[in-house]
Design a protein around this ligand. Structure first.
Ligand SMILES: [Zn+2]
Ligand SMILES: [Zn+2]
Length: 238
């Protein structure tokens, strides 16, 4: 037994596993209690073949949503483990601002089933270096690292950089959001990886992910799929 195992044992004796959603004592690490688990809206098909926006009714594997029919996105799908709701939000906020770094693994465990089978490289959405300095870690990089451990797909947290400080996008309209993140990202080297998976915690309007996707494609990526913990879902009938 290594030092790490002894330490892990000591920690698990001292702290019983707790539900990441509500803090109730649960059976094992990264397990949700029954109530939180029931309230999580796990995403999956039926969804838009192009962007993975969930559909209320199954229209077949090739069906596209109205937005993709009007203007196909640059990415090859924005997949998320869960819809953004109270429990998904708690996990995201505690990971991002509360220092609950183990929640990156909690998120990655539920995201793993949406990992594209031909993925060759995991790249997290980067923070600007000032924000990284003040927070001390990039939550998306922690999730990508956990996904890399479970999937065996390589992870490069330094490939994509945020070179421009961007304002909070909340409250902006789609055009303002696109403008705010335009030219905010650069890729450090040419990449020939065929299928890059861009990892983030929460997918809201897609403006940031879209700007990252464009930078990665410009640097030579064959295809970019977005993989997130939670996605804000507007259930529409289109
Ligand atoms: Zn719970
Ligand atoms: Zn779509």
């Amino acid at each position: 037994m290594g030092v790490r195992d002894v330490f892990a044992d000591a920690v698990s004796l001292a702290l019983p596993p707790r539900c990441p959603g509500c803090g109730a004592v649960v059976r094992g690490d990264h397990n949700f209690c029954a109530a939180c688990w029931d309230s999580l809206d796990l995403l999956g098909a039926p969804w838009c073949a192009t962007c993975c926006a969930p559909f209320e009714v199954d229209r077949g594997p090739e069906a596209q949503c109205g937005a993709c029919l009007a203007k196909p996105p640059a990415h090859a799908g924005a997949r998320a483990a869960v819809a953004y709701g109270p429990v998904a939000k708690t996990v995201a906020l505690r990971l991002k601002y509360g220092g609950r770094l183990a929640f990156a693994t909690t998120a990655a465990r539920l995201m793993a089933r949406h990992m594209p089978s031909d993925a060759t490289l995991l790249v997290p959405v980067p923070l600007h270096r000032w924000r990284l300095w003040s927070r001390g870690y990039n939550q998306a990089a922690l999730i990508a690292d956990a996904l890399s451990t479970t999937s065996g797909v390589a992870h490069d947290p330094l490939l994509l950089r945020r070179t421009k400080r961007t304002p909070a996008l909340r409250g902006m309209n789609p055009r303002q959001r696109r403008e705010a993140v335009r030219a905010a990202f650069t890729v450090e080297r040419r990449i020939e990886e065929r299928h890059v998976v861009l990892v983030d915690d929460v997918y809201t309007s897609g403006a940031t992910a879209d700007a990252c996707t464009r930078a990665l494609l410009k640097a030579g990526a064959g295809k970019v799929t977005i993989l997130c913990w939670a996605r804000v879902v507007d259930v529409t009938s289109d």
